[in-house]
Design a protein around this ligand. Structure first.
Ligand SMILES: [Zn+2]
Length: 285
């Protein structure tokens, strides 16, 4: 069996907010004035974090579709707890006209829509249920999959996700490197949760982009996957498709697609992969 690659995008933020300030400060501290002027000046440009059209264009040009995980964050804003700002500030409202519009457009054109479970939802059944139904209301049909924000998980998460009606989770992965957490290299049903599937995520943008040789790391993962018949689930966050903000991120993504094509990989959404596996398994019985 040849290589299978599932491309996906966690949609954390669609609008740049406090990052104008925090990134400007970082640039000054690094004495990187070019970056400072860009960061400071970009307040006046069009929104640098809105990258849906770019992703659509790239994926259409290679005739493939991916999975978008949308976040419905409700973590309370505590102005005096600065540490909580990154998990409470600058998120979007999925019910707004602009966001629900792009979700519907992606869904109608064949992309998969999944839930990016909010920061605390991994341990909160009601939140999972509400976030799922909010998203389903927008696209008027069932969603199958979830990936937790920050890959937050505990021993109960999969059971809660299943109870909330999800078919699969794709949160099992490393936050700091490419590879297969718990040596899970393919889809599996967690013990005592028949009918619920975990599809491990093995490649995330910053976990390779932070390394000295991002493409080398990516290739290594592809080599391993090919050799071991492992599934490749890649997560390139939606906002990283602006090279001014995230230099080389889109290039490595495109290179991954090209290399996959060269290796005759099959590109599927995660939902399609799960459904194919279910059909294959039932065929075997
Ligand atoms: Zn996230």
């Amino acid at each position: 069996m040849s290589l299978t690659i599932c491309l996906s995008h966690d949609v954390d933020r669609t609008r740049k907010t406090f990052q104008y300030f925090s990134h400007s400060v970082k640039a000054v501290l690094k004495l990187d004035f070019r970056s400072f002027f860009y960061q400071f000046g970009s307040v006046f440009y069009e929104n640098p974090y809105w990258q849906f059209e770019k992703i659509i264009e790239i994926e259409n040009s290679y005739n493939l579709k991916s999975t978008f995980f949308f976040l419905n964050e409700t973590y309370p804003f505590k102005p005096f707890a600065i540490k909580t700002w990154p998990i409470s500030v600058g998120y979007y409202n999925i019910k707004s006209k602009k966001i629900s519009g792009i979700i519907q457009k992606l869904d109608q054109q064949g992309w998969e829509i999944g839930l990016h479970g909010s920061y605390n939802s991994y341990k909160d059944f009601e939140l999972l249920q509400k976030e799922k139904s909010d998203l389903e209301e927008i696209i008027s049909h069932r969603i199958l999959g979830i990936r937790q924000h920050f890959l937050n998980m505990n021993s109960e998460t999969w059971a809660l996700q299943k109870k909330a009606g999800f078919l699969y989770d794709s949160s099992l992965g490393f936050r700091d490197k490419a590879g297969y957490k718990n040596e899970k290299t393919d889809i599996f049903e967690p013990e005592s949760l028949p009918g619920f599937f975990v599809v491990p995520m093995s490649l995330m943008d910053m976990t390779v982009m932070n390394k000295k040789d991002p493409w080398g790391e990516t290739e290594k993962l592809l080599d391993f996957a090919e050799k071991n018949k492992a599934i490749v689930v890649a997560n390139w966050h939606h906002r990283v498709f602006n090279p001014k903000e995230f230099p080389n991120y889109p290039d490595i993504y495109i290179k991954l697609i090209k290399e996959g094509k060269k290796r005759n990989a099959t590109f599927l959404t995660i939902g399609e992969y799960v459904q194919n596996q279910i059909i294959n398994r039932s065929g075997k019985i």
